[in-house]
Design a protein around this ligand. Structure first.
Ligand SMILES: Cc1ncc(COP(=O)(O)O)c(C=O)c1O
Length: 456
């Protein structure tokens, strides 16, 4: 670990003793001391006391500008007044029915207005949405295999948890990446059904179709791969996938768990002008409550209506989440909100770019919609393998330096990105930029020293 990173971590430990205590206690009852592996990091994670608007307070009372926003699930920001109003007015009318109610049709209508789908079903998490989407595609095509992209994350079910963060030694060639299970407990038979291709490489997709003729049910992808920082699709990549899937009789699934609410009013489908067969939504559509959805054209969704594909769930469309979802679509994620967030993001991206250049840092700044990221490598990433070259120690230096100065610049882990919420202001962005400007020269210095050590 380089010295300036060690100093930032020492400062973090000095500022956050109660988080440390809370973590030590939690370790006794929760593996890693957290409720989701993504929340664990060294030396210990920040424990939260509360969030409000675009801000967060930890258990020591430190205040942060929050651009992590619950791994991007909060484009509404914390406790958005419209969401709070809707939830409060619902809470006394029952929190779960397990029976149909009017908000289901209402929210399905909102979704069908924005995304190119005709029918919708709901769930509580992104994992559910992509799991059901894959099952639907398998049923629609009567095929078992799917193609996913190396490095992409689509949730925790067996079909998706393959080649999420495989190690360099085990991934094979770029044109034909080796599928690698994302942990123990995934049966080899499931891994065999998940074929892996390289993002921005249509040849690697075509190759899988050719190797497995009439066996591939679907290609699933995030239109912008957001679990490697931000990896933008190159010109023609999404259109090429649309063409390839059509040619080979497979469905195209857009996992818009992140992009759906945050990239544009109509998600990536609108932003890139590509029409997938199935759309998966979650995270920011719920305004901070657990809500997900998947939708497709009528003939695909009617496989559920005809009792050919089973879909259920006790907590599906619980009235509190649905009220939050309706308020989010109608009052929070408006066209004006996208303009606001877009303007703020352009300002933030510009501020980062300027500071990077002024400090002589070798890094690139990438963003779209409500999201952005600084990647500690000279050029943007085109795929997972590029992202493996990011300087993770420098990233840690950046994250701890920002947090020590009151800015949660993005969720912890260098595969994530910042989110801007509708409650952030110009002043919040200016503060974020000012803090990064303060930190950038030390990052540039550390980068130079690290390069010299690497050469020696
Ligand atoms: C692109 C994508 N798909 C699916 C998921 C899974 O969503 P959830 O954590 O709600 O199950 C995530 C979560 O980070 C995601 O980023």
């Amino acid at each position: 670990m380089h010295d300036s990173l060690a100093r930032e971590i020492a400062t973090y430990e000095k500022r956050t003793p109660r988080s440390k205590q809370a973590h030590v206690r939690a370790l006794g009852r929760l593996p890693l001391g957290v409720a989701s592996n993504y929340r664990a990091y060294e030396p210990y994670p920040l424990f939260v006391r509360e969030g409000k608007g675009g801000h967060l307070w930890d258990v020591d009372g430190n205040q942060y500008l929050d651009f992590g926003l619950s791994f991007g699930a909060l484009m509404a920001g914390h406790s958005h007044p419209a969401v709070v109003r809707a939830v409060e007015s619902r809470l006394r009318g029952g929190t779960a029915y397990g029976m149909p109610h009017d908000m289901e049709w209402e929210l399905a209508e909102e979704i069908c207005k924005r995304y190119p789908v005709e029918m919708v079903r709901f769930g509580s998490s992104g994992t559910e949405a992509t799991m059901h989407a894959v099952r639907l595609a398998r049923a629609a095509t009567r095929r078992d295999r799917i193609i996913k992209f190396e490095g992409a994350y689509h949730g925790l079910h067996d079909a998706a948890l393959v080649s999420v963060k495989p190690h360099l030694e085990e991934i094979g060639g770029t044109e034909e990446p080796t599928p690698v299970p994302g942990g123990a407990g995934i049966p080899p038979a499931h891994v065999a059904n998940t074929l892996v291709a390289s993002f921005n490489n249509l040849r690697s997709v075509e190759r899988q179709f050719q190797k497995h003729p009439e066996e591939v049910a679907a290609v699933i992808l995030e239109p912008i791969m957001m679990n490697v920082g931000m990896c933008m699709p190159e010109e023609g990549f999404l259109a090429g996938l649309r063409e390839l899937t059509g040619k080979h009789g497979a469905l195209l699934i857009f996992d818009e768990v992140k992009t759906g609410a945050k990239l544009a009013w109509g998600g990536a489908c609108e932003y890139f002008g590509v029409r997938p067969d199935i759309v998966c939504l979650a995270k920011s559509i719920g305004g901070g409550l657990p809500l997900s959805a998947f939708g497709a054209a009528r003939p695909v969704m009617e496989l559920i209506g005809q009792h050919k594909v089973f879909h259920g769930g006790t907590y599906n469309t619980n009235p509190v989440s649905m009220a939050a979802g309706l308020a989010t679509f109608r009052e929070v994620l408006t066209r004006e909100a996208y303009q606001h967030v877009d303007r703020l993001n352009k300002k933030l991206l510009g501020g980062y770019q300027h500071a990077v250049e002024r400090a002589g840092l070798k890094a690139c700044v990438v963003g779209a919609g409500a999201n952005g990221v600084i990647l500690f490598r000279a050029t943007p990433v085109r795929n997972y393998r590029d992202w493996l070259e990011v300087d993770t120690e420098l990233w840690r230096h950046y994250w701890f330096a920002m947090i020590n100065r009151g800015v949660l610049a993005q969720p912890y882990w260098w595969d994530e990105q910042w989110t801007i919420c509708v409650q952030h202001t110009e002043a919040d962005i200016e503060r974020h930029i000012a803090v990064f400007e303060e930190v950038a020269p030390a990052l540039a210095q550390a980068q130079k020293e690290r390069e010299q050590v690497a050469v020696r």
